[in-house]
Structure formats: C-alpha cells, structure tokens
Ligand binder design. Structure first.
Ligand code: NIG
Ligand code: FE
Length: 413
C-alpha cells in the first residue's frame, strides 16, 4: 500500500502550505497560514506529490478519498511528551482537588518520584505495549510526529530501560519519534545529601552508555525551583554536548529560574513550559535559535498561570505548542485541546495556534524538512477533518474530535 498513490479530492480548505523551506514562524508571520480553497492533494509513495485547485486535479490514483467539506492540514507535531510511564497518578489528582500544590505533592515523595518508584518494578514489554497504545491514541487525535522523554528511571538501569523502550517505539511506531534523555528530572531520595553524586552518575555513567548505544537524540534537565539549579543544568548540558546531544529542556515552569537563559546559552533546540517568562527571558530568546515551547494543558491541569504567549509573539518570538503528555501534570496527549487552550487562555489566534502545533513543532524536533507542512516531498502525515467551514472552528470545538481520517505516510490510518 505504501507505494501506491492516494488522491484527496474536493478539499474545502487545504491549509498549512509552505512552498519554499522557510524559517521558524515568528511574530506576525505566525498568524499567516497559506490556504487553497476547493483543492486536491496527491500523495505518492508516502510523500506529498502535488496539490492545487480542483480544476487542475489529476484524474487517476490508486485510491481516491472525497474530502467534501473538510479542512486538510498537516498532522500535529507533539514535541514534548513523557508517554512511557508505568502507572497513572489519580490519587495525586484527588490530593490536588483537596488543595495540595504540585510542589507540595513532590515534597511528600509523590510526583515524579512516585512514578520512578513504580518504574523500578515495571516490565519492559508492559511499558512498550502501554506506550504504543498511547501512540495509537494520539495519532487518532491528529498527531503525526512525537518526542518521548525518559526521566522516570532516575537510576542507571531504569533510565536505560526507559530509553530502550523508546528505541523500540521508534522502530515500531508509524510516525517519527525522537528520544530525549531526562536523567535530571528529579533528585532520587537516596542522593538527598549528595546531589553532586547523582549528577556524576548522569555524566560519567549514563551519558557514555547512552551515546555508545545511540539511545537518545536530545538531553533534557528539569531546571526549576526544587529540582535542578541553573549551574547544575549548565554542567549537565555541557556534558551532553560532548556526545552531540543537543538540549531540549524544562524551564521556568515553577519560577523565574534562569532556565531559559541557560538553555539559550547551551544552544538548546527548545526550552519548554515557560509559564514564568519576563522581559529578560524574552530578550534572551529573541537573540537565539531556541524554540520557546508552550504546554498549556499542564498549566490547565495544575492550575498554574499560563505562559505569556501573546506578549512573546508580539515581541517577535515564534512559539511551538506541545502536550507534555505524562501521568502527573498533563494526562492527555490531545493536541486539539492544547490548541483550544492556547486560543482561549493564551489568546493565540487559530492560525497562530495551528502553526505553533505543526511547522513550529516540527522545528522544535528538527523535523522541519520532513514534516509540519503541506509541501512537496514531505512525509504525508495529514489530518482530514470532519466537514468544517473555517479554521477557527478547530480550536472552537474544544473537546470534540474534529479528525475524520488520519493519513500516515500516505496510508489511511
Ligand atoms: O513536564 N515538569 C516536569 N516534568 C513533567 C511532569 C512529570 C510528572 O509530574 O510526572 C512536566 O510537567
Ligand atoms: Fe514535561
């Protein structure tokens, strides 16, 4: 099937077209989305072959889909997830309803450490099977490329176990997957009085093994109040760079920690969360190629303040959106909901939110040459919506699944 052609006809609006390789969409450009009305899209050998007005539509293809009334757009690129995890954390969800904060739960040994405890007992096949179910779930909601982090192992054996599972997912999943090593997600309790020994373990033992076995594409640190300091983050990122692991880090979720600046200093591909972003942070991002990545479903679930997306975009930055799918702070990988939250709470226009979740998400995973837009030669990971008259309806219908069909590498999923 992969080698056959697929023609999508009578598309109401074909959106997210990029003709020439273009830079990250920033500032005003983020609100521009190229559209062809009454369009066709031809896919061949899993890649986008051509597209245009219906009057120029080819007559034949191995398979034809009539997209009457639908919007067709590039699949979401979810550039920040933790979808390999051993168990859900609904008891903490209830604690939060009763008034405890994320940080208070973490201090009591809940949170990341709770998941890490369960990780020690988790079987690799179980981790793989349950994560593959989540991959299937997010594809059906429109996702066509994803990043997955380790970070619930927090010991040599368990971090490597997670990364091996992610490697298996990379091989088995129908969508592109990037692996991010997050050994510095939280300090294991046994290192309470010897933080530097855990950082040494990451640098001297985990990193060389990960590099030798090609287990990660990126390196991450949770640089925030109560987790890892700016200095520790700097040390870990510099160690990662020796193995060609570029940073994509957690920063400024809980405090104005300096995480954004240390990410920029280390040429991070992205800095993610950014609920605490002020003028200095914006200035530092403006002079960099680092993609500021916002995770509004985490702010929603934890009742945090939202990242100041409007101010960032109006200052000329180009943001990406991602789900942060994980059991503690965002037990959802629904990028449609992320886009709705971005519009409703962060005041991003529908066009801005869609660009941030497609082409800019692809930039945040260095996949901008293969995914994230309707462009000749790109992998045909495509959303065909239910009948929709205009793109504002995508964030507007929050909570509904607007996806009618997913096309993954040119095949109906
Ligand atoms: O991105 N902020 C740090 N890490 C995750 C949460 C992980 C968890 O609570 O299990 C996040 O929100
Ligand atoms: Fe995260």
């Amino acid at each position: 099937m992969q080698n056959k052609s697929l023609l999508i006809r009578n598309i109401n609006k074909l959106i997210g077209i990029i003709d020439e390789p273009s830079p990250l969409k920033k500032g005003r450009a983020l609100s521009l989305i190229n559209t062809i009305e009454n369009a066709f899209l031809l896919i061949d050998k899993g890649k986008i072959h051509s597209f245009g007005k219906m009057k120029d539509c080819p007559e034949n293809a191995d398979k034809i889909i009539n997209a009457d009334g639908a919007i067709v757009l590039p699949a979401w690129i979810d550039s920040h997830t933790h979808i390999v995890f051993p168990a859900t954390r609904e008891l903490e969800f209830i604690d939060k309803i009763k008034g405890l904060s994320y940080e208070e739960i973490a201090k009591r040994g809940g949170g990341i450490l709770n998941t890490a405890k369960k990780m020690t007992l988790a079987d690799e096949d179980y981790l793989f099977d349950s994560a593959m179910k989540r991959i299937d779930e997010i594809i059906r909601l429109g996702t066509g490329g994803v990043e997955i982090k380790s970070g619930y192992g927090l010991s040599f054996d368990n971090e490597i176990k997670m990364l091996r599972v992610i490697k298996r997912i990379k091989e088995a999943a129908p969508i592109p997957v990037k692996a991010n090593f997050l050994g510095a997600h939280a300090l294991p309790p046994e290192y309470k009085d010897s933080r530097e020994d855990y950082i040494k373990l990451i640098i001297d033992k985990m990193l060389p093994y990960i590099a030798d076995n090609e287990l990660a594409d990126y390196i991450d640190v949770f640089c925030d109040k109560g987790f890892f300091t700016v200095e520790e983050t700097d040390t870990i990122l510099q160690a990662g760079a020796k193995y060609n692991l570029k940073p994509k880090i957690h920063a400024n979720e809980l405090d104005t920690s300096g995480g954004i600046q240390v990410g920029v200093k280390n040429n991070a591909v992205s800095v993610d969360h950014l609920e605490f972003t002020g003028d200095k942070e914006i200035e530092s991002l403006k002079n960099s190629a680092t993609v500021p990545t916002l995770l509004p479903s985490t702010a929603f679930f934890l009742r945090l303040k939202y990242a100041p997306a409007r101010k960032m975009i109006d200052s000329g930055l180009g943001v990406a959106l991602a789900s942060d799918y994980n059991p503690g702070s965002s037990p959802s990988g629904n990028m449609q909901f992320v886009i709705s939250l971005a519009s409703i709470y962060m005041k991003m226009l529908p066009e801005e939110a869609i660009n941030a979740a497609t082409i800019n998400g692809a930039y945040a995973l260095e996949l901008q040459n293969t995914l994230g837009s309707i462009s000749t030669g790109k992998i045909a990971n495509i959303i065909i919506t239910k009948p929709l008259d205009n793109i504002a309806l995508i964030p507007y219908f929050f909570g509904s699944n607007i996806v009618d069909k997913m096309i993954i590498s040119g095949k109906e999923y």
